[in-house]
Design a protein around this ligand. Sequence first.
Ligand code: SAM
Length: 300
Amino acid sequence: MTDTPQHEPVLLDEVIKWIEPHRRKTVVDCTLGLGGHARALIELAGKDALLVGMDADEANVLFARKNLALYEGQVRFFLGNFSSVGEVLAEVGVARVDAVLADLGFSSNQMDEASRGLSILRDGPLDMRLDRRTPRMASDIVNQVGEKELADLIYDDGEDRYARRIARAIVEARKQEPIETTARLAEIVSRAVPAPARRNRRGVHPATRTFQALRIAVNDELGALDSLLAQIPQILAPGGRAAIISFHSLEDRRVKQAFTALAGTDQATVLTKKPVTPSEAEVQRNPRSRSAKLRVVEMH
Ligand SMILES: C[S@@+](CC[C@H](N)C(=O)[O-])C[C@H]1O[C@@H](n2cnc3c(N)ncnc32)[C@H](O)[C@@H]1O
């Protein structure tokens, strides 16, 4: 791990525009990361505002604490999954907040750290856990789960049309030797994908979707997101706004559906009719932002 981890906050101007932090007194940042968004939000919210920040990754909570040292008295830090955001707010004694931010997925420093096993391009152990207390790692899934279940997982959570072939190749390969590293898995998946398709995935590694599926499964990412979305009406004050940044269609679909349901029962208004996406300049500067989609809802 580098001494000064880096992560550029995605859609920062847009988050500020839609959350309007100067109008908020209590904000919960469900995905503190390195504290980039949190810093801007608390700075603009003013001296009597409170930010509750949480993250499931202990290292990032520590980095965020350092990066937000200037605002120490106004920030409460929590190590935990945002599926328990309601409990965290109860612990702080805040019944409802004026704004909720969730910037899903992983930060650049997590992605780039080979030992976490998230990067296809950096060889490391097949770990992928966000929270090191999670009992099951990616290698456990890859080496223990049956072929059919593996294929379903890669299809459902990775949306990879070659899921069956990939699952078969994984099961064959693990008979020889357990699959323990990202490089070996990436190679097995690459070889399982037909050559023309491999070439067609312009610049995208053929194992990208398999890695996504494993990450989602290891961390129950969709379950956690569903739980957060279900809590929004309970934790947001009237007039409060929730802003969620997602990075792939499985997440975005859930956010869209949950917000539409809130609007349908007249509990909230969806402020972003279409998802807000990064400008060309931002994508140029920070290619990792390219798939980001921001949706915002306002409670009645
Ligand atoms: C994209 S980064 C956030 C970056 C942050 N907005 C910033 O500006 O530095 C996502 C963060 O969310 C955390 N995370 C992902 N899923 C989580 C969950 N279910 N509960 C809590 N934290 C989560 C990750 O550990 C990571 O630090």
